[in-house]
Design a protein around this ligand. Structure first.
Ligand code: CTP
Length: 151
């Protein structure tokens, strides 16, 4: 176990290799700060061999599914997710950009219905490398910095 700065957890989910500074955003996107009985741990700006600096988020008592965690792929494409059971890592996976992105990104088109009505934003992923998405409602496409600015 490489990272000893934050206590090991008994059961739950560890989201590791998050780009430094993005841990809070990960907590927000996945709604991990709701009281649910288990502890929520955030380590920010921790030294990492692979990334230089990274954030780590640990949620005790919850096992997040790949589908749930893939929501963070736009802000934390390097993240790895570890499901911990009885102190051991029982599953490990990398986040992947899903086929569809809902409720995270805002459409850059100011006239898009998703920016006005109480509509949850929805995008289809057109390409992953480089990332390009198309709004389900107005068909506006976004890529690169434009995506980051609208997160
Ligand atoms: N972890 C934890 N509690 C445990 C077991 C592991 O919090 N009971 C955390 C570790 O601190 C680490 C992550 O889960 O941040 C993955 O653990 P492990 O696979 O043992 O570490 P590495 O081999 O360093 O992982 P990787 O190869 O993904 O960097």
């Amino acid at each position: 176990m490489a990272e000893l700065k934050v206590t090991a957890i008994k059961d739950g989910t560890v989201i590791d290799h998050i780009p430094a500074g993005k841990g809070l955003k990960v907590i927000e996107i996945l709604h991990l700060n709701r009281p649910n009985g288990g502890a929520l741990l955030l380590a920010s700006n921790v030294r990492s061999g692979k990334l230089g600096r990274k954030d780590i988020v640990k949620v005790e008592g919850r096992f997040l599914s790949e589908e749930e965690v893939n929501k963070i792929a736009l802000i934390a494409p390097t993240a790895t997710v570890n499901i911990v059971r009885d102190y051991g890592v029982s599953e490990k996976f990398k986040v992947e950009v899903p086929d569809e992105i809902t409720g995270i990104l805002h459409c850059a088109n100011p006239n898009c219905v998703s920016n006005h009505e109480h509509t949850v934003s929805r995008f289809h992923v057109v390409s992953r490398e480089p990332l390009k998405v198309r709004c389900h409602y107005c068909e506006r496409t976004m890529e690169g910095d434009e995506i980051l600015r609208n997160l």
